[in-house]
Design a protein around this ligand. Structure first.
Ligand SMILES: CC(C)(COP(=O)(O)OP(=O)(O)OC[C@H]1O[C@@H](n2cnc3c(N)ncnc32)[C@H](O)[C@@H]1OP(=O)(O)O)[C@@H](O)C(=O)NCCC(=O)NCCS
Length: 197
């Protein structure tokens, strides 16, 4: 085999490995418990989650929407719903935390990361106001970081509004090393996910 052929084979093997991790991420599912003992499903987001995701957005208060999107937009457009549910699970990975009531599944929390470079991704979380402070965000962050490590990501970054103490606390309490920089009302937090937690 020539060197070029060996290189081609190596790169195919790398593609296969990347495909394996994205297929595994797109099938992710785990059952967890909230602080009050309620059982909650954490699973990969799917294209058929669009209506559930729209409902999730309606369960966010104006303050939560502002903290998540840094704007007051109330409804997600068709394009937003497509972009947020039809993921490749390589560049963009998304998990939802769901509860099922009377046979209907509701998305209570969403966590996602989007790669910003080979080793880094921007992470964002949202939890419906009614179920905030029950431990959903830490569960999403923990599973996202595990998936990210499998994909070679070593750092999460998050742009958090300076008054968003809950998100800053979630990151600070994650058990990972963090580094924060403040700029014009926004805290840019780097989270080293390849150590601790
Ligand atoms: C930030 C956010 C994702 C946190 O999600 P969460 O699931 O509520 O996170 P937690 O359950 O860890 O709760 C956070 C707070 O509740 C506290 N808490 C958690 N469980 C608790 C319990 N059983 N009893 C009392 N307090 C509890 C945590 O200590 C933490 O409090 P603190 O911020 O005063 O330290 C959520 O508030 C949210 O969606 N906010 C709007 C969107 C947003 O800001 N996203 C981040 C953009 S990057």
């Amino acid at each position: 085999m020539t060197d070029n052929e060996k290189d081609a084979q190596r790169s195919l093997a790398q593609d296969d490995a990347a495909l394996d991790t994205s297929v595994a991420a797109s099938r992710f599912s785990a059952t967890e418990r909230l602080h009050d003992g309620t059982s909650i499903l954490i699973r990969a987001i799917r294209p058929d989650d669009k209506e559930r995701l729209a409902e999730h957005a309606r369960g966010l208060s104006p303050e939560s929407i502002y903290h998540r999107f840094m704007s007051f937009k109330r409804n997600l457009s068709e394009e937003d719903l497509r972009k947020f549910t039809e993921l490749d699970f390589a560049q963009h990975v998304g998990l939802v935390a769901t509860l099922t009531e009377d046979g209907r599944e509701h998305i209570e929390g969403v966590g996602r990361y989007i790669r910003t470079s080979d080793r880094r991704a921007e992470v964002a979380l949202s939890v419906v106001d009614q179920l905030q402070r029950h431990g959903i965000a830490p569960l999403l962050l923990s599973h996202l970081s595990r998936i990210a490590r499998h994909q070679g990501i070593v750092e999460f970054e998050a742009n958090v509004m300076a008054d968003n103490v809950h998100m800053l606390n979630v990151l600070a309490a994650s058990g990972f090393k963090t580094h924060s920089e403040y700029d014009s009302g926004v805290v840019h937090v780097i989270v080293r996910i390849d150590n601790g937690a």
